[in-house]
Design a protein around this ligand. Structure first.
Ligand SMILES: Nc1ncnc2c1ncn2[C@@H]1O[C@H](COP(=O)(O)OP(=O)(O)OP(=O)(O)O)[C@@H](O)[C@H]1O
Ligand SMILES: [Mg+2]
Length: 355
């Protein structure tokens, strides 16, 4: 369809056309004004006049602070929980008891640890007097003349515990021989001034008589003797598993002598496991260090123990800062009873339980 050009229409009636073109914008404005007026009066009315805001909209500063604090606390709690669940170290004597399924016979504070031994150890031997007392009770029902001291991993306090236990037993009047069977990392030469080349390996190779190798660390305690490791062999596990070691230990334990053995740890090497099969050893004592040994290490040591006949008598937990909360009152008598136990132990000994 062809549209008629506007200029052609206008050209026919030119005067009217021009006036119509001139009034068109006015008519449109008037129409728009009418529409606005209609909207303005279309049933709407002002209820109240808007007033400017006196304060900022949203939560108050106090509410924001409380919410922030709560969120912060929740995040901190979650972080602590996460860190604790990642930290596998055993942090209580009770947890050691559960994991090892063994009773804690004594707990030892870090202050009891000394790099070198002196005969005037005084109060720092108290935990070992408790231990000696507990072992005396165990000895009523099972033979305990040769005791192996071991732990799950290195550095839990085995050497310290075996030296101090032997010292405490000697103080009670019994003859004690402390034997160093850690043939990989012996430490007695650090604790006592002695020749590290002479010891049990010298006796096992037949170069010297056993009796000539026994040392007396404290002049005032002639009933306390020491047999250090001696020259380190290339094959510790094989040597420790030899019948010669059993014969030597049996010889030492004669005449009601208590033999305390400082052994290597159970997990990293086979040496202590070999000793768990030695018929001359009557029992094992496990040393466990608080805040140091992990659950997995304890579980591994426990499974090693489960595979051997020789069962441990209990635990000595080292690194316990607050003894009152971790077993002293549960497993050990109070101090007056200890003094009594020491006096009793010093009296002529009854016959030990047969094996
Ligand atoms: N009662 C204790 N409380 C806390 N830490 C201790 C205690 N006794 C020993 N330790 C720590 O354990 C470390 C090792 O001690 P010790 O030599 O007696 O242990 P060990 O188990 O014989 O070690 P290794 O397996 O290397 O022979 C010490 O340097 C000390 O830091
Ligand atoms: Mg040691």
């Amino acid at each position: 369809m062809r549209s008629t050009p506007r200029s052609a229409t206008c050209s026919a009636r030119s005067t009217r056309c021009r006036s119509a073109q001139a009034t068109a914008p006015l008519q449109q404005s008037s129409q728009r004004l009418d529409e606005l007026r209609a909207i303005a009066n279309g049933g709407l009315q002002v209820i109240t006049r808007a007033s400017p805001a006196h304060k900022a909209s949203g939560s108050s500063l106090k509410t924001t602070a409380i919410l922030g604090l709560l969120v912060g606390l929740a995040l901190a709690g979650a972080l602590v929980f996460l860190l604790e669940s990642l930290d596998r170290r055993v942090n209580s004597a009770e947890a050691f008891e559960r994991l090892y399924r063994l009773p804690v016979l004594a707990t030892v504070p870090p202050t009891a640890f000394k790099h070198s031994r002196a005969d005037d150890r005084g109060r720092s031997l108290e935990p070992y007097r408790i231990l000696r007392s507990a072992l005396d009770f165990v000895a009523v029902t099972r033979q305990l003349d040769t005791l192996l001291v071991t732990s799950a991993v290195p550095g839990e306090g085995k050497s310290t515990a075996s030296i101090d236990l032997a010292h405490a037993i000697a103080l009670a009047g019994r003859r004690v021989v402390l034997v160093e069977l850690d043939l990989r990392q012996p430490s007695f030469s650090h604790h006592f001034a002695l020749d590290p080349m002479r010891g049990i390996t010298t006796a096992l190779t037949g170069r010297e008589e056993l009796q000539d190798l026994l040392l007396q660390p404290f002049a005032q305690l002639p009933n306390f003797q020491l047999l250090p490791a001696g020259t380190l062999p290339p094959n510790p596990s094989e040597l420790l598993g030899s019948p010669a070691v059993s014969t030597l230990l049996a010889d030492l334990a004669s005449d009601d002598t208590m033999v305390v053995i400082d052994a290597p740890p159970l997990n990293p090497v086979a040496d202590a496991q070999v000793l768990l099969n030695n018929p001359a050893i009557h029992a094992a004592l496990l040393v466990a260090r608080l805040g140091y040994t992990t659950r997995d290490q304890v579980q591994r040591a426990r499974s090693i123990l489960d595979r051997h006949m020789l069962q441990p008598v209990g635990l000595v937990v080292t690194g316990v800062r607050a003894p009152g909360r971790s077993g002293y009152e549960v497993y050990g008598p109070a101090e007056p009873a200890l003094v009594e136990a020491e006096a009793l132990a010093a009296a002529p000994r009854r016959r030990r339980a047969p094996r």
